[in-house]
Design a protein. Sequence first.
Length: 368
Amino acid sequence: MKYILHAFSYLCILTMAASCDKFTDIHKPFVEGGEIIYAVKPDSVVFIAGKERLLMRLWMENGQNIKNIIVSWNGGADSLVIPMKLKTGRDSIETLLPGLVEKAYSFNIYAVDGFGHRSLTYTQFGATFGDAYAGSLQNRRLKKISLTETEGLLEWFAPAEGMILNEVKFINRRGTDTVVRFPSTEFSVEIDAPGGTAFQYRGLYIPQAEAIDTFATAWASDKLPDFYTIDRSEWEAVSVSDETAGDGGGKDALIDDNLSSYWHSQWGPDIDLPHWAIIDLSTVKNIAYFTVYRRKNNTNSKSVQLYLGNSSDPNGTWTLAGQGAFTSGDMLKIDNTANASGRYLKIYLTDSNNPPFTSIAEIYAYGN
């Protein structure tokens, strides 16, 4: 019995030895030449879009022994070797990859340390943009162009996706070439330019968040209106030669922005022509032209003379700015042919189609 146990133990030992030999045979091809040592693999990599180029940002942990980073694309046909000098702990680099045609790319990135050991490969994707993308961009639409006494005002519709900035190019009041740049989140911009000024505008886009290059649309052109309506909010009708306030509203009706009210000359008893009214414009105005409206559906008012001066005295010094006569319709345009200026405006009515009665509804002034 003892003999049998010894024989059985011997056979077990032989079997185990044979099994171990077969197990190690499986691994022999992989350990021939010594143990494989890998360099530290890049921790994370991103590619940020640009115009026919990309910015690579790479992070590594404990990459102080890394000598080079190798980046390849186009199936390995193109590559870039980046010398490295990283610090202990977490560190990063940024590298530009220029000269990339507009398309999507797949990149393979690996590290090589100072001992020649290579890391496992990190695969990442990126896309460049160029003429095809730029050609698809639309300029921002203008909603309204207006002019005030001090500036031009441009109002815009909502921006397209990817638009981050807008630019307006013009010559300002001092004759200087000017470019105003403003965020696309703003829906209006003021420009320091006189009436009739031509301007150009364009939009600037980025194709992706944090893109390193902007893409501009072609310049579009437009112009400010030649004239603006002068603000009348501070105007005051200070005196008249005569009026019938109960008929139309009196002198204040001249500047109440209501064509249904009017200043009517006195009747019952009637007052002979001429009739006049003086308006305080609050400051000296440089006026290009006026529009005068007579009472709706009433043709009594005929000729109108407009004077400008710096005193409200009806018998003071006045300069004839312009004159005209109603024909058909209720509106009369009178140009400031004398280029007169002043703080006070005198409306002088010399005749009538139904003497001695006259009635004026509104008067507006326009500058440039």
